[in-house]
Design a binder for this molecule. Structure first.
Ligand SMILES: [Zn+2]
Length: 102
């Protein structure tokens, strides 16, 4: 077993899992129990693991292609309510749950 990817967004980890599965690479997700709105520390991010270490390089290459095809993540945004800096991938403030301004 080898960890290949970790991200606070479980939907993204799930997407990457389906990509690996389509390529026939056995994989599973650890910590896939995060609920929205909760602050998740990196140690508990949903983590994608492959069961066959021998296919690590192959899996990595697949995900790298997908990753590079994605639009570049935007800058952090500032919460209009509490002025905290929020990572661009968050749809609401991690501190006060105010939704990201349009
Ligand atoms: Zn806030």
């Amino acid at each position: 077993m080898r960890v290949i990817y970790s991200d606070p967004e479980s939907s993204k980890v799930g997407l990457y899992k389906s990509i690996l599965e389509e390529a026939g690479i056995l994989c599973f997700i650890q910590n896939d129990n995060t609920s929205r709105g909760e602050v998740v520390v990196p140690a508990f991010y949903p983590t994608l693991c492959i069961t066959d270490d021998g296919r690590y390089e192959e899996a990595l290459a697949l995900l790298k292609d997908i990753h590079l095809a994605e639009p570049v993540a935007g800058a952090d945004w500032m919460c209009p309510k509490c002025n905290e800096s929020v990572p661009s991938s968050f749809e609401s403030c991690w501190n006060c749950e105010t939704l990201k301004p349009a």
